[in-house]
Design a protein around this ligand. Sequence first.
Ligand SMILES: Cc1cc2nc3c(=O)[nH]c(=O)nc-3n(C[C@H](O)[C@H](O)[C@H](O)COP(=O)(O)O)c2cc1C
Length: 347
Amino acid sequence: MSLKDLLQIDIPLIQAPMAGVQLHELAAAVSNTGALGSLPCAMLDATGLERELTALRSKTDKPFNLNFFCHTPAQPEAEREAGWRAALAPYYAELGIDPASIPSGPGRQPFSAELAEVLERFKPAVVSFHFGLPAPELLQRVKATGAKVLSSATTVEEAIWLEQNGADAIIAQGLEAGGHRGMFLTDDITSQLGTFALLPQVVAAVKVPVIAAGGIADADGVRAAMSLGANGVQIGTAYLCTPQASTSAIHRAALQSPAARHTALTNLFSGRPARGIVNRVMRELGPISKVAPGFPLATAAITPLRSKAESQGSGDFTPLWSGQNASGCKPIDASELTLELAQGFTR
Ligand SMILES: Cc1cc2nc3c(=O)[nH]c(=O)nc-3n(C[C@H](O)[C@H](O)[C@H](O)COP(=O)(O)O)c2cc1C
């Protein structure tokens, strides 16, 4: 079955869910254009999810995708947290932040029974997961709503695992991709493949449709992915400067500057490797740090630095998530961008 038929869409393009930089406005604009808009739900509780879903449904009657994380949250370790705060201490002093005032606690919640209950009421057409799939009984509840289930694979082994465990289509997330690596069977960065190495190998290894993600920034990139056997594409970074995204002014400026040509994987902002534009804290402490607590616990201690620096107009402590190819980031309407990218399917 084609991806268009599976997801009931006219254009086999998925606007990547991007937690922290977009809500229903972007998803609605893309879905209304005939592609698949996505609502990132990793930072929403059940009340927030219901609010966003109500707003999204009021703006589109087309299919859309709801995206959840399904990680096992790291357990707090006092020693690790103390080491992390010690590494950040010079910055607290520099920015005048009292370390005693910093709250601890997780920044992102995994998919849960409470969130599944909201899905049962709203019955979205598509649900995608990052970091594998939820426990079988939760996945069963999602599937029972009639939703098609997608998840990201960063290696051939992950793609095979996802197919065997119930994914209806697989997003082959190449190393170029912005934001968090969806890796879940390994934490070995050296196992990660670029999009055009990963994609054909995943296509050869599974029977379900394969969606290419990572580094696709224009219609030519879409065409190249399709010629390597993709059934569709998922694009994130290119949407970050559209008016429907809530990307901050600091982040938008970085994406449209020469600085965007230098990205790296970093665990400093959350505890898991994610790709962003190299900034001061990444240069000075990482980009990968052994002392940062596990996902999502690293977030709490760095957030006050981010807030204070941003209030002074600086992105030195901001996760400037971006893929390796930010050349497609343009301040144009998301529907116009979708139609530009969709030309890659036709010529
Ligand atoms: C700012 C940003 C936030 C992201 N957040 C999520 C997320 O919440 N869930 C998810 O599944 N993927 C997330 N991703 C990864 C995308 O799904 C996708 O793999 C990636 O955007 C594709 O590469 P590209 O950015 O080069 O287009 C994010 C990517 C970016 C750039």
